[in-house]
Design a protein. Structure first.
Length: 265
């Protein structure tokens, strides 16, 4: 076969292998924003510095065009954010070291809204996870588990969301919001291979925790946590796909997080 014919054949094969116009674009379903905005109302831990936006420019320049720019300041652990394993596990992964495949995966929602409505100090139990599995099947090995307490409906009212609007060290003892029971955290790492875990409260440990055992258990296995999520009520129990990408802070123990869920069609 001549070189010309080889070129023609290559072009024809290439043309035949191109995706057809009917190939669906990514993503396939509706996109849900799981993140709160960062602004003056953003809720932070009582001892953490709040978010600040400093206006640098906002107006028409001498060149006749509009220009805007800002500086911002924020603590790592406030608003919708990621907790990197190094937050409670020495020498473990910092934000920039978390593998990207841990931040994307199928969502499994554990719904404890009724329990949390009755008890602000509720802790998601092994029984809650077992109930979810009995209804939906065992957690897949690549799951991102999302704990739905319903507390995001209270945002940005810190008194209702955190249990107190007070600031400073003394306020930490007055925190009341749901979290993951340490026994459930230990069961998950011993029996399931989840990628990450998220919750629509300020911490993966409940507000009255003083030992942060769920953090420690998860992070020792390099399982990051997404905190202060929102809109989990818009997700089905199974079938959504989560993409949770943090600001890539070198050495960071946490970072602001833009998390989304792609719903099934």
């Amino acid at each position: 076969m001549t070189r010309a014919l080889l070129v023609i054949c290559a072009v024809l094969v290439s043309g035949c292998s191109r995706p057809s116009s009917s190939t669906p674009a990514f993503p396939a379903g509706p996109i849900i924003d799981l993140s709160h905005s960062y602004d003056a109302q953003t809720i932070f831990w009582p001892t953490a510095d709040r978010f600040r936006l400093e206006k640098v420019a906002d107006g028409i320049t001498p060149g006749g065009y509009y220009y805007a720019a800002n500086n911002f300041f924020t603590a790592e652990h406030g608003g919708t954010h990621i907790d990197a394993p190094i937050h409670f596990a020495q020498a473990h992964q910092s934000v920039d070291q978390i593998p990207l495949d841990r931040l994307v995966g199928p969502a499994v929602v554990v719904d404890v809204r009724e329990q949390a409505r009755r008890d602000a100090d509720y802790q998601v139990s092994v029984e809650d996870i077992a109930r979810t599995e009995s209804e939906q099947g065992a957690l897949p090995s690549d799951a991102i588990v999302l704990l739905r307490t319903g507390f995001s409906e209270r945002w940005p009212d810190a008194a209702r969301y955190l249990g107190t609007a007070e600031r400073g060290d003394a306020a930490v003892g007055k925190l009341h919001f749901p979290g993951l029971h340490p026994d459930a955290a230990r069961w998950l790492v011993a029996n399931r291979q989840l990628k990450a875990i998220g919750i629509d409260t300020a911490s993966i440990d409940f507000g009255q925790s003083t030992k942060y055992e769920s953090h420690r258990t998860l992070f020792e296995r390099n399982i990051p946590a997404f905190e202060n999520l929102t809109a989990l009520d818009r997700l089905p129990a199974r079938g959504a796909y989560v993409i949770a990408l943090p600001m890539k802070i070198g050495g960071g123990s946490g970072a602001p997080l833009r998390a989304i869920a792609i719903l099934p069609r």
